[in-house]
Design a protein around this ligand. Structure first.
Ligand SMILES: NC(=O)c1ccc[n+]([C@@H]2O[C@H](COP(=O)([O-])OP(=O)(O)OC[C@H]3O[C@@H](n4cnc5c(N)ncnc54)[C@H](OP(=O)(O)O)[C@@H]3O)[C@@H](O)[C@H]2O)c1
Length: 307
């Protein structure tokens, strides 16, 4: 029997999200450009598709790839999902992409008779694995209602914010804050440590203050023990999102000085060659500017995600 859900993109996020769907006993057919990442999901009950067009028969196809161009590629490029004789009925994209790119994709999909919902997410792969994502949709409300049971299977909360590409703006705003908060958290952590407060003690205090959040808590073990090789989100992906934020600021005529400064700091981190590493490595760059060389604290800290 054909699975009701098709899935394209099994990176850090896609893999964790598909596992949640499988855990809730939804049938999922998966495809990934690097096929080796799809194969292990068969053990969890997924059907591995040989090509993207095989997913067109599913009731709903989710996509979770890197950028706007990558999404265009998997939908309309060579062997793309929408390039076959049989078209999919519904595409739900969860990637973080631009509002303009999303609008172009909507126009092209709708012209081919394919309904389209944007559903970017808040939370990293560990959050996804714990079923604690926030998923925010925009597009036709009736389509959101149709997709909602599947979204509920992957999230702690799902929301519809309006028509068209509004969820893209939501995600861009969210990730600008994501960047600005890590920038400032690194600055104040280096300041506190240089002045004499042990790093883990300072982070614990912030987590328990009015400023603590799920985000500051789940970054704390990494900032304490400098385990940046446990990648959740790369500096390049963060730079992409800061650039989307600055472009949206120009489009809408909004002045964002904190975001602008953060964008430059993230660009410098990327320029210094930090590639396949977690973006929280910004802490080391901030320390370097303060003429400090940090060492792991080697203290076990909670990430607040244990259930
Ligand atoms: N990581 C996070 O914490 C997080 C949180 C929320 C949202 N996001 C957003 O979610 C999206 C995915 O992030 P991620 O961390 O899962 O990224 P990732 O681990 O780098 O995975 C990217 C996925 O996209 C696929 N892909 C990229 N370009 C492609 C192309 N041209 N054709 C076909 N497939 C392509 C990759 O295939 P291969 O395996 O073949 O490379 C992989 O499956 C991004 O838009 C990101 O900004 C990430």
């Amino acid at each position: 029997m054909t699975n009701r859900i098709g899935w394209i993109g099994l990176g850090r996020m896609g893999e964790a999200m598909v596992k949640r769907l499988l855990k809730k006993e939804h049938g999922v057919s998966v495809w990934n450009r690097t096929a080796a990442k799809a194969v292990p999901l068969a053990e969890y009950g997924a059907t591995v598709a040989a090509n993207k067009q095989d997913l067109a028969a599913c009731e709903i196809v989710f996509t979770m790839v890197s950028t706007t161009d990558d999404l265009k590629q998997v939908l309309f490029g060579d062997g793309g999902l929408v390039t076959g004789k049989a078209k999919p009925k519904v595409v739900v994209d969860c990637s973080s992409i631009s509002q303009e790119g999303s609008a172009q994709i909507r126009a092209q999909l709708e012209a081919a008779g394919v309904a389209y919902l944007c559903t970017p997410v808040s939370g990293n792969a560990k959050v996804a694995k714990a079923g604690k994502l926030l998923m925010v949709s925009s597009g036709p409300k009736a389509l959101y209602d149709q997709a909602e049971p599947y979204l509920q299977a992957m999230a702690r909360k799902v929301m519809w914010v309006g028509e068209g590409e509004l969820a893209r703006i939501w995600k861009i705003a969210h990730n600008v804050m994501f960047g600005v908060v890590i920038q400032n958290l690194c600055e104040i952590t280096v300041l506190a440590e240089k002045a004499g407060i042990p790093r883990h003690v300072f982070l614990e205090s912030i987590n328990d203050s009015v400023l603590g959040s799920m985000y500051t808590r789940y970054k704390t073990p990494m900032l304490t023990n400098l385990t940046f090789d446990q990648v959740t989100f790369t500096p390049k992906l963060l730079l992409k999102d800061m650039d989307l934020g600055m472009a949206a600021a120009r489009t809408h005529g909004v002045v964002m000085p904190a975001a602008a400064a953060t964008r430059e700091s993230v660009a410098r981190m990327v320029g210094r060659g930090h590639d396949d590493i977690d973006f929280a490595v910004l802490l080391l760059e901030t320390a370097r500017d303060a003429e400090m060389e940090l060492k792991p604290d080697n203290v076990k800290m909670s990430d607040g995600l244990e259930s």
